[in-house]
Design a protein around this ligand. Structure first.
Ligand SMILES: [Zn+2]
Length: 314
């Protein structure tokens, strides 16, 4: 990757300075008391001391981020952020391990933490007046263990009503805008209604296929238009679900090609990764630098503590 010529990808001090510019645009922020721009430098590079009388605590730019107390050099973290946010289909922990010259285990944990940072999930609803949101569901990967047995009675079911031993994903995409996807325990009307109510503006027109899952979704939007896939109808005038289906196929191709195995408990993070890249695509005006910066800026509070002996800090 030629962009790795920038000094913050090669040098630790430069990496720290880059992070400080990015995360503290108007001055240091003390993570203990929240005061902005009121600190002293200490003799240790990158370490500051809060100048507030009641605080006086030390901090660095990485406090509360996955990079805090990491034994991986900061410039390698920045390379990893750049690689994961810019590669079209994702990048495996194996490849990170080889590219960055760190252990596979470190690469694995690092990539999950970066995925967590990519979970920027805006709170503003999708859609709005005169806008179209497409909704659809898909299934990816097998369900695991006990939950699988419990679900056998309750679903998920396919459109034809057969039980499906796969993990359901429901996603919404605003045409020309952002996508939001959700791994749900069961794709049923209640689950779908909740997602639609919480994520779509009421003035929106919803486009779906004929699935009964969306029957009551009409209560929460201005209108619903459907195409009847079972009758071979895929596009009628401007009504279709091609955008969301296209998104699902990018996700599935990437998952099969790059990640292969994904435990169910991690699926939501992979979805966040694909959502992030879609929502920062070039057509929306983002470049590689913006993408990495956005993920780094949302690193606050994404420390992810894994319990259990093998999942120590990276
Ligand atoms: Zn303070």
């Amino acid at each position: 990757m030629d962009t790795f010529s920038a000094s913050h990808f090669r040098d630790d001090d430069a990496a720290r300075a880059y992070l400080e510019r990015l995360r503290w645009p108007v001055g240091t922020v003390c993570p203990h008391c929240g005061v902005v721009g009121h600190s002293y430098k200490t003799p240790t590079p990158g370490r500051y001391r809060c100048a507030e009388k009641e605080c006086r605590k030390d901090f660095t730019v990485t406090v509360n981020t996955p990079m805090e107390r990491s034994h991986i050099a900061l410039h390698k973290w920045l390379q990893a952020f750049a690689l994961m946010t810019s590669s079209k289909k994702g990048i495996s922990a194996h490849q990170l391990h080889r590219t960055l010259g760190i252990t596979y285990r470190s690469a694995w944990f690092m990539s999950h933490r970066i995925r967590e940072c990519m979970r920027t999930g805006g709170l503003a609803p999708l859609g709005g007046e005169g806008k179209i949101v497409e909704a659809d569901e898909t299934y990816f990967g097998k369900q695991e263990g006990e939950r699988k047995r419990a679900r056998k009675r309750r679903g998920p079911f396919t459109k034809k009503g057969h039980y499906k031993n796969n993990r359901p994903v429901v996603a919404l995409v605003e045409r020309g805008g952002n996508v939001r996807s959700f791994h749900v325990p069961i794709a049923d009307q209640r689950e779908v209604q909740k997602i639609i109510r919480e994520n779509i503006a009421r003035e929106t027109t919803l486009h779906t296929d004929e699935s009964r899952l969306y029957t009551y979704a009409t209560d929460h939007v201005a209108a619903r238009e459907t195409v009847t896939h079972s009758a071979g109808e895929y596009v009628r005038d401007h009504v279709h679900t091609n955008t969301i289906e296209g998104y699902f196929s990018i996700f599935k191709r990437g998952m099969r090609g790059v990640y292969q195995h994904c435990k169910e408990k991690h699926l939501h993070r992979y979805l966040a990764e694909y959502d992030f890249r879609y929502n920062t695509r070039t057509a929306l005006g983002y470049n590689d630098g913006d993408r990495a910066a956005l993920a780094i800026k949302s690193a606050d509070g994404k420390r992810l503590t894994y319990r259990g002996t093998n999942e120590a800090r990276v």
